[in-house]
Design a protein around this ligand. Structure first.
Ligand code: FAD
Length: 397
């Protein structure tokens, strides 16, 4: 197997961290990184934030490493190439016409933005790639009346970027409150109030029944038979793991690639990392698939290490963490949001608060607005399985 490469599929955050992790661990053998996009690996969070601000044109700045820096990793970089099949028996993947054998495989194919059913009219976009972000920014530059479908984190960031420019924007959310699944109903309502405070119209409990227009989108027809005039529609209704190419592989799939606690999949020498991986997180004793920057980066490095030393593979446990920027304010969540009790510390209408989440007698989560230092202290408490009483003591100390 000496000349058979370690192959990483997915040339984004988790994939790049996997390649870097292999080299950092001293692996000097052949390494191949296959990515469907033409771009060098780049950072996605800025795409719904600074990238949409007026006057910015910064795709190059969000590239993680220059081409030269990637070549220093001595990696066979294959951009613009889609892996279409995994043959577990042959230990090979298919890329174009070629069969690429692997000694170990790390799958980091991430997720695709979900689209509304039917053919998309011009002017209707999802936001996952830098090309999507460019198109959305162009429309915002032209002052497009904007409708955001879905009041999740990315939709909310797009809405706040549009408001910053003074663009007319409405968020349409099918649930009674957005983000309930992520932060629980009580805090979801507190977050939703941020939109009202910044004059973004948020319509809840109403779906989209049609997108209409002659040649391009002109209006969004809602399930209550009202309609909204729109030049730009951004669909932010979540993401689906990019596992289509693995469907006939025999790999265990269940809303992502099923992995054990070491990120090992059901196939020998095959690991998964990032948004595509559903792994057993020992810290919460449950399977999770996260769509968060920090865990994707951590898992890429971890999967590489475990692929190199499978006999001493270590479990990957983490406290989920993500942030989101709305109207120049920072929301941050650590841990999990499904809890028996949520305790809000502070005034929900103030510019800074923190909420703690209890499950049984443990602190399992915390959500904050503009408390970056504090929230990380709660992350540390969750990481060492701190009791609820201890968290409250810390909160009031
Ligand atoms: P991805 O970044 O999805 O990369 C997967 C790569 O694999 C893609 O380049 C894809 O083209 C490629 N690929 C897919 N299938 C194949 C195939 N068959 N063959 C070859 N290549 C393939 N997280 C936060 O914590 N905070 C934030 O504020 C935040 N903001 C975000 C804003 C936006 C607009 C988006 C889209 C995401 C945001 N995230 C945020 C999430 C974060 O960016 C992701 O968790 C992270 O990008 C996941 O990295 P990944 O490498 O697992 O997958």
């Amino acid at each position: 197997m000496k000349n058979v490469p370690i192959v990483v599929v997915g040339a984004s955050l988790a994939g790049l961290r996997a390649v870097e992790g292999c080299r950092r661990a001293g692996y000097a053998g052949p390494l191949t990184l296959v990515g469907a996009e033409e771009h060098l690996p780049y950072d996605r969070p800025p795409l719904s934030k600074a990238f949409l601000d007026a006057g910015h044109d910064r795709p190059a700045e969000s590239t993680f490493r220059s081409e030269d820096e990637i070549h220093e990793l001595d990696v066979d970089l294959r951009l613009g190439q889609l892996a279409t099949r995994l043959d577990i028996e042959a230990c090979a993947i298919v890329v174009g016409e070629e069969s690429l054998p692997y000694s170990s495989l790390i799958i980091a194919t991430g997720a695709h933005a979900r689209a509304l059913p039917g053919e998309a009219l011009p002017g209707v976009h999802t936001l996952r790639t830098v090309d999507d972000a460019r198109r959305i920014r162009e429309a915002l530059d032209a002052g497009a009346r904007t409708v955001v479908v879905g009041g999740g984190f990315i939709g909310s960031e797009v809405a706040s970027a549009a408001r910053k420019r003074g663009v007319d924007v409405t968020i349409v959310e099918a649930a009674d409150t957005p983000l309930v699944h992520a932060v629980g109903s009580e805090m979801a309502q507190v977050c939703a109030r941020l939109h009202a405070r910044h004059d973004t119209r948020l319509l809840c409990g109403v779906g989209v029944s049609a997108l209409e227009g002659a040649g391009r989108v002109q209006r969004v027809v809602l399930s209550d038979n009202t309609s909204l005039e729109a030049d730009l529609v951004v669909v932010g209704i979540g993401a689906a793991p990019a596992t289509g190419w693995l469907e006939d592989s025999g790999l265990d799939l269940d809303d992502g690639i099923v992995c054990d606690e070491t990120l090992r999949t059901s196939a020998p020498n095959v690991y998964a990392a990032g948004d595509v991986a559903r792994w057993h997180n020992p810290l919460f004793e449950r399977r999770m698939r996260l769509e968060h920057w920090t865990s994707a980066a951590e898992q890429g490095a971890f999967a590489a290490r475990n692929a190199l030393e499978p006999d001493s593979a270590k479990p990957f446990e983490t406290v989920p963490y993500f942030w989101s920027d709305w109207y120049s304010q920072r929301l941050q969540m650590v841990g999990i949001g499904d809890a028996d009790e949520v305790r809000l510390l502070g005034d929900p209408d103030a510019d800074s608060w923190i909420a703690l989440y209890r499950l049984d007698d443990r602190l399992v989560g915390a959500l904050s607005l503009n408390r970056p230092g504090r929230i990380m202290k709660y992350r540390a408490l969750i990481s060492r399985r701190a009791a609820w009483d201890e968290a409250l003591e810390f909160a009031h100390a």
